[in-house]
Ligand binder design. Structure first.
Ligand code: DER
Length: 235
């Protein structure tokens, strides 16, 4: 089983919870892509009807359009029945790091408006502490004086051995710009972030910061696909 097989298994399991008539938050990333494909397949087979999708990124929007999934937005559907999305890290309390694909703001808007939010991951995403994996914890900021924001963000976590860098496009080397016209600062922690709510409050108090990639208490369940099978973790 490849890692992509595991992602697909988790995604298909999550889509079993999609019922006809639902408003469904469509996630972003290589795992969520399989869920969007599966929803489209079931619609085409007539096994699902009257689904309205709300895309968490332009990339997912384009995928859903190409697959013929009817789409809408939060203005028309302020409450979402079920959101399905991937994650970069999942801790034992089902708190997440998301946003390494750059879509954290729209994802958080949609997933915080969802009655149910099912996270789909392969087992490599499970961690003991958020931010302890030495991988990026993304923060979306406005472009104005980004270096100032970077320094203030890093300064919040100086005791955690925190480093920060402005996200660039890997191919072009240009500054990465989100669907919302903002920049992303990737924060890296030597140790784990500590109390997540304290970290979140400190980050969001800084003027010029739009949103961060910690999804605290938002997931209602996590479907984990591993080489030994699929497990479902619920709150
Ligand atoms: O950027 C995101 O938030 C994605 O959902 C990411 O967290 C998971 O992407 P993956 O399924 O490609 O690992």
């Amino acid at each position: 089983l490849t890692q992509d097989d595991l992602k697909k298994i988790a995604a298909y399991k999550a889509v079993e919870h999609v019922k006809s008539g639902m408003v469904v938050g469509l996630g972003t990333g290589s795992t969520a892509k399989h869920a969007v494909d599966r929803i489209a397949q079931l619609l085409q087979q007539g096994k699902l009807k009257d689904i309205v999708g709300i895309a968490t990124s332009m990339k997912t929007y384009e995928q859903a359009v190409s697959l013929g999934i009817p789409l809408s937005d939060l203005d028309s559907h302020p409450t979402v029945d079920l959101a399905i999305d991937g994650a970069d890290e999942v801790d034992p309390g089902l708190n997440l790091v998301k946003g390494r694909g750059g879509s954290l703001l729209r994802e958080k808007m949609i997933e915080s408006a969802s009655k149910k939010f099912i996270v789909i991951v392969d087992e490599s995403k499970l961690v003991n502490h958020i931010g302890g994996s030495k991988l990026a914890m993304p923060v979306e900021i406005i472009p104005f004086c980004w270096n100032h924001s970077l320094k203030r963000l890093v300064g919040l976590f100086a005791d955690k051995g925190c480093l920060g860098e402005l996200r660039k496009c890997s191919e072009s080397g240009k500054i990465y710009v989100t669907d919302n016209g903002n920049y992303i600062i990737d924060l890296y922690f030597e140790n784990d972030i500590g109390d997540l709510n304290e970290a979140s409050d400190a980050i969001l108090r800084l003027p010029g910061i739009v949103e961060h990639g910690m999804f605290i208490g938002l997931a209602t369940s996590v479907i984990v696909a591993g080489v030994n099978g699929v497990t479902v973790k619920t709150k």
